[in-house]
Design a protein around this ligand. Sequence first.
Ligand code: AHR
Length: 502
Amino acid sequence: MLKARVTLDPAAVVAPVSRRTFGSFVEHMGRCVHTGIYEPGHPLADEDGFRTDVLALTRELGVTTVRYPGGNFVSGYRWEDGVGPRERRPRRRDLAWHSIETNEVGIDEFARWAAKADVEIMYAVNLGTRGVQEALDVHEYLNQPTGTHLADLRARHGAEKPYGIRMWCLGNELDGPWQLGHKTAQEYGRLAAATARALRAAEPGLHLVACGSSGSSMPTFGAWEATVLEHTYDLVDSVSCHAYYEEHDGDLGSFLASATDMDHFVDSVVATADSVGARLRSRKKIQLSFDEWNVWYLSRFQNQPPATRWDVAPPVIEDEYNVADAVVVGSLLISLLRHSDRVTAACQAQLVNVIAPIRTEPGGPAWRQTIFHPFARTAALARGDVLRTAVDAPVYETARYGEAALVDAVATHDAASGDVALFAVNRDLTRPVELTVDLRAFGPPRRPAGSWTLCDDDVRATNTRDRPDRVTLRPAGEVTADGNTATVTLPPVSWTAVRLAQ
Ligand code: AHR
């Protein structure tokens, strides 16, 4: 059998697990909001029209932070349209997704949903068609104690207490020519700096996120980050990263190695940010907010004819995920955790229906897509500190990303409980790998206290309305422990989590 080995040491700490790593994203796009989180006529809708089945799945997923309201949508959005009496809210064109926005759900409703889901809101302001004043206005509406015009308006709309939103995204993907209000790095850098300055004057303690590139394949990647950070270095806390992966032309081997690209992406943005910091003689370190990541079959979407009708909440990019997609999602989470010293927030895009772990049918059930499982387990088990996890494993050659390790892994250690959680993927298409976990540095022996594997003889298997649990987690086979060495067998094309308790 193929063999791999990881050595863990409680003293080799990368950083504490940031709970914000387990963020998600709700955009006014397709059926994410309408018939996703919100469907007033649904038999399971609560008094506010929220689907309680989706709320329960959101809690089960372990989501901590949710970015809202977009995405491309936010770059043409007027937040005022979504507040106050519903009957007076305007219907508008959403040019980003060629649909009609009814504005039935706005920030007050979303904040109610977020409280029920027990998640923190990460709010994105429109720096596409709007600017500093509108950012200040929405901040006053959301975060200012009563006693000023917009704060009092919020109170009249039912929310006396400010929402206290900490994380604020300064626009979305403004490097992209598809973005309403697309800008050059200089133009955006200046606007982001002015907006950050204004927001800090209003509330100094906010966590502000400047837009990085919308992807590492953008021609301006790197140069964009450098210019934007030259304008904003002292004013923002984080720069955003966005990455979507898909299997191209049946090349499963490359697809399974997608996390090597994410590793490289993170390292590149860190290097760029640090070089700006060095030039500015700053000791501050910019954090990364990986606030859009997932598997997305973008090429299928790009090959579709453009929409001609103006519909409310039409189905858009409702990708149905298979086993391999879930293994890749698990491996992307491994990459994000591995970089916890710099990636302090991340949002899987998106939460419901739109490239999402949760799917719904209007008037019908909600179910877990395959990608739900590695996310939920990782969010539940990753506690304490992320450990530097060196993996000694065979390598293989990929057409897209060059050499990649057959096994990738990361581990966390919770000093309070003594628990170690190990997350691993086997990228081999046909062969299992025996993974040995060397825990000798831990002292008291650890015993296996739970294991979960996602794999299937059919890597294309999916969950559907009629077979919602076709793909789910099962106990990993053969986890043994001998003193302070544990062994687990990783099936081909699989994601596995193991809990080792004291
Ligand atoms: O998540 C879907 C879209 O992908 C978002 O609206 C946009 O920011 C990104 O390009």
